[in-house]
Write a protein that binds this ligand. Structure first.
Ligand code: LLP
Length: 448
């Protein structure tokens, strides 16, 4: 799960009081737990031990150099989707020979850079792209290692925006067409067939869609192995995490007790690493191929929080709002996908410690947690039952380690937030907060 815990009413990340980190670096602030990331990586790696495997961390989930460096040192490869991501991996000491380059629209500049860096594989999404890569590799007198992305047409039963493995999506090549495209590729002078890839979607919380997709693609993989001697089968990423009540039972007792069993029962659906691996292992084992995984969220999602301070409380006839200093530009997931993020106070309200159970129950309230951006979609929680929230309170928006900072923008001319990393009892800044000067850097007024 994660290494965020309450100690005497204070929320800690590993051995560090989060209030101290906010004090030092200000808010809004992303804070990541290195221990949690490494724990997730190690557990996944161990569960995959029966297979020849490589975990290619999906850089798009969180691309801070410090995080990439942590995972590179742990032995990870990387799944990249842009030249910029490859540049980051290289800057963080990652090995391009352990990188797969995915994405439906790679530019000339990106393909050339990836060829020069000798990436492990280009994951090709269309015939047009295959031709393009062949041509560009030819101009450099190189052979591009390629895998075609299979579209297995399965429903991953997740949010529409992050579902990628069904026929209507723009991703991959239909299974029926795949053998013919491989045949074409085999005749190209400047590409080398090295594998097969697929990815059916993100935040998937059951094992079944993964197993069905593998079952559908495995017979083709077997054939391709015989015909072209491919080296790997990448089964993509997509493992879901728990967003709701993500604390392990007992660690938030003071609050859970006051909310009662309901909340504990509402604990989000999760797919454990064990369940996932047990479901995929049988079909993969007898392929006798190297298996690649591209997890993003699983490794970093629960390993990060967004700390934000309450600026004002606004009570209207209908509602009570806590207006916080983070906005949809800092974490867009609730606005974009209506996604749920647990929100907890960094310091347990003093009153509730000394209160009896029944009294602390009455200090719960329903509140909207909203940002300062000029849009009604700028919210983190609506009608959320929370311990009473007051001005200047520090809140932690949980499970913000994946697709948090990476999707942040300067909307409303708000500087990008800072990022910090905790490891044991140490903490450090891994990205400076942007300044107002940064906002206008690179902008020029025409001279005419
Ligand atoms: N491989 C490919 C080809 C992908 O497209 C993705 C994610 C991954 C791997 C990693 O998926 P993960 O293990 O993290 O689920 N912004 C959205 C998520 C978009 C995911 C896009 N592709 C969100 O905030 O939920």
């Amino acid at each position: 799960m994660h290494f965020f815990r309450y100690h005497n009413g204070h929320l800690y990340c590993e051995d560090v009081d989060l209030a101290r980190v906010a004090e030092k670096f200000g808010t809004p602030l992303y804070v990541y737990s290195a221990g949690t990331i490494l724990d997730h990586y190690t557990r996944l790696d161990a569960a995959l031990a029966p297979l020849d495997h490589l975990i290619c961390y999906a850089v798009k989930a969180n691309s801070n150099r410090a995080i990439l460096n942590l995972l590179a040192d742990a032995g990870a490869g990387f799944d990249i989707v842009s030249g910029g991501e490859l540049y980051r991996v290289v800057a963080a000491g990652g090995d391009p020979a352990r990188c797969t380059f995915a994405g439906v629209g790679k530019s000339r500049e990106e393909i050339e850079y990836a060829l020069e860096q000798r990436v492990y594989s280009f994951n090709v999404e269309s015939e047009a792209e295959l031709d393009y890569i062949d041509r560009l590799a030819g101009t450099k007198n190189l052979r591009a290692p390629i895998a075609l992305r299979a579209n297995p047409d399965v429903d991953p039963r997740t949010h529409d925006y992050v579902s990628t493995g069904s026929r209507e999506n723009k991703f991959g090549i239909a299974l029926g067409r795949l053998p013919a495209v491989y045949e074409r590729a085999s005749k190209m002078r400047n590409v080398e067939i090295v594998g097969v890839q697929m990815h059916i979607g993100s935040q998937i919380t059951e094992a079944k869609p993964f197993a069905s997709a593998i079952k559908k693609v495995a017979p083709i993989v077997r054939e391709l192995k015989l015909k072209y001697g491919i080296n790997f089968f990448s089964i993509g990423g997509g493992l879901g995490i728990v967003y709701e009540s993500s604390f392990e039972s007992g660690t938030k007792a003071w609050w859970d007790e006051s909310v009662g069993r309901d909340r504990r029962a509402r604990r989000g659906k999760s797919l454990s690493i064990r369940e996932y691996v047990d479901a995929i292992l049988p079909a993969l084992r007898d392929l006798n191929l190297r298996i690649l995984l591209e997890p993003g969220r699983l490794l970093v999602g629960n390993a990060g929080v967004l700390l934000t301070r309450v600026l004002h409380i606004k009570q209207t006839v209908e509602k009570k709002f806590a207006i916080v200093d983070a906005g949809m530009n800092d974490l867009i997931r609730p606005a974009l996908y209506h996604s749920y993020h647990e929100i907890v106070p960094v310091n347990q309200p003093i009153a509730s410690t000394s209160m009896s159970k029944s009294k602390s129950k009455s200090s719960m309230e329903k509140i909207d947690i909203v940002g300062p951006v000029c849009e009604s979609g700028d919210f983190f929680a609506l009608d959320r039952e929370m311990p009473e929230v007051h001005e200047h309170h520090l809140l932690a928006i949980m499970s913000a380690g994946a697709y948090g900072f990476v999707m942040a923008s300067n909307y409303n001319s708000r500087p990008l937030p800072a990022e910090a990393l905790v490891h044991g009892d140490r903490f450090t800044l891994i990205r400076e907060r942007q300044t107002w000067e940064d906002l206008v850097r690179g902008e020029v007024e025409p001279e005419w």
